[in-house]
Design a protein around this ligand. Sequence first.
Ligand SMILES: *[C@@H]1O[C@H](CO)[C@@H](O)[C@H](O)[C@H]1NC(C)=O
Ligand SMILES: *[C@@H]1O[C@H](CO)[C@@H](O)[C@H](O)[C@H]1NC(C)=O
Ligand SMILES: *[C@@H]1O[C@H](CO)[C@@H](O)[C@H](O)[C@H]1NC(C)=O
Ligand SMILES: *[C@@H]1O[C@H](CO)[C@@H](O)[C@H](O)[C@H]1NC(C)=O
Ligand SMILES: *[C@@H]1O[C@H](CO)[C@@H](O)[C@H](O)[C@H]1NC(C)=O
Ligand SMILES: *[C@@H]1O[C@H](CO)[C@@H](O)[C@H](O)[C@H]1NC(C)=O
Length: 930
Amino acid sequence: MPLSSVSCTQTGRALDSIMGTGHFQFSLVVLCGFCAVGLCDPEGFLSLACGGTRSYVDSLNISWIPDGEYITTGQTISVSYVDSSSTSPTSNTSLRFFPDSSKRNCYQLPLKNTSSLALIRTRFMYKNYDGKQEPPVFSVSLGTAIASTVNLSSNDPWMEELVWPLSKDSISFCLHRIPNGGSPVISTIEVRPLPEGAYRSGLGDSPNKSLRKAYRIDCGQTNDSLRYPLDPYDRIWDPDKSFSPFHVSTAFKIQSNSILSGTAEDLPAAVLATARVLARKDTLTYSFLLDTLADYYIALYFAGILPISPSFDILINGDIVWSNYTVEVSGASALYFTRKGLDSLNVTLRSTSFSPQVNAIEVYEVLDIPAEASSTTVSALQVIQQFIGLDLGWEDDPCSPFTWDHITCHGSRVTSLDLSNIILRSINPAFGDLLDLKTLDLHNTSLAGEIQNLGSLQNLERLNLSFNGLASFGADWETLVSLRVLDLQHNSLKGKVPDSLGELKDLRLLNLENNMLEGTLPQSLNRDSLNVRTSGNLCLSFSAITCDDSNEAASSPAMQAPQVTIVDKRKHPRNTRLPIILGVVGGVLLALLVISLVAFIYKRTERTESALTARAAMDMKNWNAAAKIFSYKEIKSATNNFKEVIGRGSFGAVYLGKLPDGKSVAVKVRFDKSQLGADSFINEVHLLSQVCHQNLVFFEGFCYESQRQILVYEYLPGGSLADHLYGTSSKKSVSLSWVRRLKIAVDAAKGLDYLHNGSEPRIIHRDIKCGNILLDKDMNAKVCDFGLSKQITREDATHVTTVVKGTAGYLDPEYYSTQQLTEKSDVYSFGVVLLELICGREPLSHTGTPDSFNLVLWAKPYLQAGAFEIVDERLNGCFDVESMKRTAIVAVRSVERDASQRPTMAEVLSELKEAYSIQLSYLASSGHMN
Ligand SMILES: *[C@@H]1O[C@H](CO)[C@@H](O)[C@H](O)[C@H]1NC(C)=O
Ligand SMILES: *[C@@H]1O[C@H](CO)[C@@H](O)[C@H](O)[C@H]1NC(C)=O
Ligand SMILES: *[C@@H]1O[C@H](CO)[C@@H](O)[C@H](O)[C@H]1NC(C)=O
Ligand SMILES: *[C@@H]1O[C@H](CO)[C@@H](O)[C@H](O)[C@H]1NC(C)=O
Ligand SMILES: *[C@@H]1O[C@H](CO)[C@@H](O)[C@H](O)[C@H]1NC(C)=O
Ligand SMILES: *[C@@H]1O[C@H](CO)[C@@H](O)[C@H](O)[C@H]1NC(C)=O
């Protein structure tokens, strides 16, 4: 063994003044005894020369072998460097690089089971081997943990060292490309067993931590770094030259044998033999630069190499972490500290007796090792991959460090699997082993035969088997106890729907469309919380009405005519709720019919009374409200003789105007036929002039002359919410982000809440829709068109309002049965607006399947089931899920059929504020404000 002189011949100079005596004897016996134990044998060492073609032994007597046996990807190249100082590999070296972005680049490293801990050291060297002067940046992972990002522009070569607790016989070490990072490259990999039980003190018992080396310093050492064979574990101990103050310290000799048994880390004698001692100062500080904000593990080693016992306080970043620590003569000891969330580190020893001293320091970043997915899950997925017969790139762990394609994980659990559009043909039994699945999407996978092998998936919430050729339901449905959404549309299911589906209490949406089902649906499926879709079947309904086999639907099963599902509630004649869930077409037609009918009656009764009555004239004469009375002449000149039409409301055209003071206004001129009686009009404008709120469009004044009724409002240049959501005009800028949509919703809700609760008298808007929410130039929203609202006085709060005003798609469904519009009708309409903001589509659409015709009927079951697939695609998924969830919940509650179940406007407002603030903090934390 060439146990050269190493660092052992130094003498204690700096302490002369304290000690009075100079030199301590270095004992060679110690080091030799150390070797005799047999640890000097590089048993368990694995040294890979990446890209190498032959084995060799380096100057340290370590054997290097080519890496070809451990990796299948990448290309190799051999390069010559003129680098006299390099020890290993030789100046003729090789490397492996990974230009192919489609491949997974992983080494499978065998880990010998002789120790429970290993040091894995990797070296990356670019040195312009490709002549392109583009040093790559990439990340590396070990097992399930992302270890670090290697940036060869900032350091070349780059070294990573990880202390890794072993749990398996092999581990994968992978290099991952990052966008525009270039081709990963690697030069060497070294695996070294570490002493049993080392580097665990102070880390807690959890085995799921790894340590990434930041510093390993042989304090007091002034020459080169020290490693194997002096350190039998081949740790590389750096000299502490680069720490100031330098040259005030020196090294001391080891005194006795007993020192060496002190620590679990089994520090080499050569390292313990030197210390940094500050003889003339009473504090000794090491300052470390840290490259990552993280938790750090700090180990301090002390050896009593002096004939004195110094005592000192130990401070980390200014905090005392140990008081009056004493280094015993001839003993070795260590202290371990874990500090959370550090971005800088200094370690100070402050003397209490004699001079502070430290022999070695190690600083590691603490990395969490994500748990591995259960072996059942992993093998089930492997079976499925084989069964599919495609290479899906499923290797190692499905969830960490990166989630496999087609999979979503929650921690180490695989919660979602999407194999849609891949040919499967049948449901392999291995699917039944994916016990954590919440979502399974197998649509368009050519499934045929029976639905099978899924009965064990008790966590499954969403199952999509649509667009396949499945012919029978199979058994085991009652065990899928968490199922919320079951999509079986477009299959070849025949016969009756099994009763067991009715036992799924959480089921919200059952889509059976376009199958060949017939008969009576189980009554257990007939409940309010469940939406059953049945169109495009032979004959399927809840009622026992006999099916006429010769009917048209039966002869052409593919026909997609909308079908009415009759919910038989006639047993309860006292139920005042609308007893029939209308087929969408029917509902909309009826709504239009009612609106036009009632509007017609209304116009007929009102139009006769249009002359200025004496009372109205009097009221105008004594006008003392804030709103101004304009003359017709003023209006004409303001609008430049009604030149520019900017809109057409339900009661007449709206013109752009400019008042003499330069203010832009919107001028609404009522049709003759829509005019109110004079008293009503004056009442109305009087009311309007009292309503003032920042989220309500400001009422400037009116004109009532020559039987013309004209209302003047502030003009908002931002257009309406409808323009922004659906318009193609110049008003529509980029599509609205989720946070913008929430801000608009909060603003509008404030305005409505004021109408309902803040104004006196209270006001029902009666025509809330996206077209009536306007935006100013700063995108603040204001509600307009409340001018024709009916006030509610205290006495007639429950009074029947007979005047129907409203827009199809927004109208409270209770109106059809009660003929009343209440504040809760506004809440309903506003709920529809919220659904539009979420889904980005209009309340009634005339394209798509009949089911998607009506926004409320379409969106509600999805949102209730927390299925955010229907969220507006233009949001690109850029929203906080919690924020979306809260908005969805309040929207769904607002469009409850039963008005008493709807929240008040105040409740809606407070929920929206909450959702808005969640989204804001999400944006702040993810660092992109929008
Ligand atoms: C450092 O190197 C010098 C010259 O190479 C040598 O004389 C000295 O003994 C070495 N010191 C230690 C501590 O190894
Ligand atoms: C390095 O490689 C070159 C050519 O491949 C060869 O001539 C030379 O001897 C090698 N040097 C060493 C030290 O192996
Ligand atoms: C190492 O593992 C092998 C097989 O896995 C076993 O036969 C051997 O006894 C183990 N050695 C030790 C030291 O545990
Ligand atoms: C890599 O390091 C260089 C130089 O320090 C720096 O400019 C660059 O931003 C780094 N790249 C990454 C991806 O961190
Ligand atoms: C050490 O860190 C603490 C806290 O960050 C700081 O107050 C102190 O000045 C530092 N000491 C030295 C010597 O850098
Ligand atoms: C169904 O999957 C096949 C591939 O298996 C694909 O070609 C086809 O476009 C898919 N059909 C639909 C409607 O997505």
